[in-house]
Design a protein around this ligand. Sequence first.
Ligand SMILES: NC(=O)c1ccc[n+]([C@@H]2O[C@H](COP(=O)([O-])OP(=O)(O)OC[C@H]3O[C@@H](n4cnc5c(N)ncnc54)[C@H](O)[C@@H]3O)[C@@H](O)[C@H]2O)c1
Length: 297
Amino acid sequence: MNRLAGKVVIVTGGATGIGEAISRKFAREGASVVVNGYPEDPVNDVVRDILQESGIASAFAGDVSQESVAMACVQHAVTTYGKLDVLINNAGVFPVMATVENYPIDVFEYLLKNNIRSAFLMTRYAVPELRKTKGCIVSAGSESGFLGLGENAVYGGTKGFMHAFTRGVAVEGAPYGVRANCVCPGGIDTAWTHKETGPMTAKHEQMIIQGTPMGRRGTPEEIANAYLFLASDEASYVTGALFSVDGGITIGKGAVGDEVKKEASEAPAGDLQLHHSMDGATNMLRGREPQLGQKAP
Ligand SMILES: NC(=O)c1ccc[n+]([C@@H]2O[C@H](COP(=O)([O-])OP(=O)(O)OC[C@H]3O[C@@H](n4cnc5c(N)ncnc54)[C@H](O)[C@@H]3O)[C@@H](O)[C@H]2O)c1
């Protein structure tokens, strides 16, 4: 329960989906967590859940793709807790699935802003602090960043950026003891992969399950477990890794998910009681409120 004892962590997009699981898991492991998200995200709820479990957390709501907000978010961690040990670049959006000739240009810009610019700015302002603590960065990659996916070429492109960006940052960080890695999930049980809450159709949902050798989506907590390892000192010799946590979808060929035995396809219950797994960013409405960083009282 203490694999991150004494560590100060920022989790961007840390209030919904995978981010909520990372924030909650890291707090249980002893970290002081700055939970970031858009002002519309349930940032304060997640902080409250952590505090109720006697964890340490504070809210920093704001759009970290804006330079002043990214800078203020890093500063908030340092001012509140005295240092920064870990940056989790988890924020991202997924509003549309469409072939490239139909892909709306404003959605393309929205992806660049939230999936790439936010990670670049947060990394840029976190690195000087991480050098002081010999800290690390763990960022959200994706199976789509390796392979490219139909109707998802732009999203996959943003994740391909994250993979190469992370490796460059890892090389630059090594002389200072700073590590950088990516967790690369497959289809995860958040708002993004359900037709009721995200851009996927029933056909896309079926394709994920069939294409995954383990025959199911991953849980947010299963992804948070990988973030935990990479963020902890147990991963002291791991840098520049693109760590697949994808039920095998990257290696699956054809409808391999249909082969899985029923008893082998059940997701573990996990330890976290998550409340916002399905409250993620699946349209372009998020980020419309005033974007100043809002510190917790
Ligand atoms: N769900 C999947 O199947 C899957 C697969 C591979 C990779 N990922 C990656 O995991 C990460 C989390 O995905 P999720 O499914 O949990 O989605 P999610 O929508 O539940 O979480 C993303 C969060 O980031 C926030 N956010 C986006 N841009 C922001 C910004 N500029 N400033 C502050 N907050 C911002 C959103 O509001 C949202 O709360 C993403 O980077 C995604 O690309 C997800």
